[in-house]
Design a protein around this ligand. Structure first.
Ligand SMILES: [Ca+2]
Ligand SMILES: [Ca+2]
Length: 432
């Protein structure tokens, strides 16, 4: 945040004074707390069948579920540093753990048990480590994990969240710090996955029956998704960048099928470009809204309807559609004044007379079609500025391909190998 030297000096003075005042005021209560060691660091209460564990643990916290008459679960909770901590007897439907700003370690063992209720683990500020071992069990009422400031590490394995007759969500919000991490191994979510401010996310195995929604953190985000998302025609992968500046790259890699859409929206301003890679089939659309730096998009698998790439905010963007990819309907690519490289090696279009490929660019752009390229319908590329190069080597086009060179100062080069298939190639403007 900007500020004058005078304002900064004043703020520092104010902060020091506040600290001295605070230290003086809290000195006595702190002493009396230290003298009284009989008060347990953690407390557990049951209210409305919700087991609440709160406080500041002395050591690490271990929670283990055991079967009980539905809709209850018998949870035991221990604090490794405080043998006197106990959980009262009583019916427990839901579990809530709320810890403070210390560096907390929580191990939650579902131990193969099915819990009809919900589990919430909130570890507050501090660099916290939370491990959830499902053991093949289920938390049917939903699982929510909350971390605050500090670098938090969350690992969840071999667990089912929700149930078929009542889908519930897995929510993870890890607050501040640029390196919060979430790892999901064989986690089945019958419902949706929501993450907030989790910077690094890796999933493998399991499934998500509805959507996976990622709200990015300010420190940039690296997401690798190797878990199928959606059922039938329902279920999207949605990434929304941190709304203002992101300080490192946003990376989304989709390695497992997605039932409906993949939608990626970059930040208002980035320090680095984004990178989106689609390695598995997407049922309907892929829509990517790039940032102001050079973004990289790699489409390596089939897209069931349209590919929309809105990359108009700047940066020398690098877009590749691999030979193995089919865009069933239309490929739309919009580049800004920094242009980019578009290498389209796959198939696009649904037949003669349809718009199969559309490119619009305002900066120097290289467009490449190779022998594997099929434009099944009309193709249009409009170059409004910069120096442009078009390379065509034996690509297939059912309809006409129109290359439009606009602007007064542009230099446009076209290179067609082998031999110009001019029958369905229309050049508008000046090409050399
Ligand atoms: Ca904490
Ligand atoms: Ca955090």
């Amino acid at each position: 945040m900007a500020g004058t030297p005078f304002r900064i000096a004043f703020l520092i003075l104010f902060a020091v004074e506040l600290y001295v005042m605070k230290s003086t005021r809290t000195f006595r209560p702190l002493l009396s707390q230290l003298e009284d060691r009989s008060v347990p660091a953690l407390t557990a209460t049951i209210s409305n069948n919700v087991l609440c564990v709160t406080g500041t643990p002395v050591g690490s916290v271990t929670i283990t579920a055991a079967a009980a008459a539905s809709p209850y679960t018998a949870w035991t909770v221990t604090d490794s540093g405080d043998g006197s901590f106990t959980v009262p007897a009583g019916n427990k439907r839901d579990l809530k753990v709320v810890l403070g700003s210390g560096t907390d370690t929580v191990v939650y063992n579902q131990a193969g048990v099915t819990s009809p209720g919900s589990v919430t683990i909130s570890t507050g500020n501090g660099g916290d480590t939370i491990t959830v071992n499902g053991g093949g069990g289920a938390i049917q009422g939903g699982l929510c994990i909350l971390g605050g400031n500090g670098t938090d590490t969350v690992t969840i394995g071999n667990l089912t969240v929700g149930k078929n007759t009542n889908p519930k969500n897995l929510c993870v919000n890890l607050g501040g710090s640029i390196d919060d991490t979430l790892t999901l191994n064989n986690v089945t979510v019958i419902g949706s996955l929501y993450t907030y401010y989790v910077n690094d996310i890796t999933t493998s195995g399991g499934s998500i029956s509805r959507s996976a929604v990622f709200y990015g953190g300010a420190g940039g985000n690296e997401i690798s998704l190797s878990t199928p998302v959606g059922t039938g025609s329902v279920g999207d992968v949605i990434f929304l960048s941190y709304p203002s500046v992101t300080q490192t790259k946003n990376t989304l890699q989709v390695n497992s099928p997605v039932a409906r859409d993949v939608r990626f929206t970059s930040a208002v301003a980035n320090e680095f470009g984004d990178e989106v890679t689609i390695n598995a089939a997407v049922g309907r659309d892929v829509a990517i809204s790039g940032g102001n730096k050079a973004d990289i998009v790699n489409i390596n698998a089939n897209v069931g309807r349209n590919l929309y790439l809105y990359m108009t905010k700047g940066g020398d963007d690098q877009i590749t559609v691999a030979a193995a990819a089919t865009i069933t309907r239309t490929t739309f690519i919009y580049l800004g004044t920094d242009g980019g490289d578009v290498t389209f090696l796959g198939d696009t279009g649904s037949g003669v007379g349809t718009q199969a490929f559309y490119l619009s660019t305002y900066g120097s752009t290289n467009l490449t079609f190779a022998a594997s390229t099929t434009i099944n319908g009309r193709g249009t590329a409009r170059f409004y500025g910069g120096s442009n190069n078009v390379f065509i080597s034996g690509s297939t086009r059912n309809d006409v391909l129109t290359l439009f060179a606009g602007g007064a100062t542009v230099v446009n080069n076209i290179d067609v190998v082998p031999g110009p298939p001019v029958a369905n190639l229309v050049l508008i403007g000046t090409w050399v």
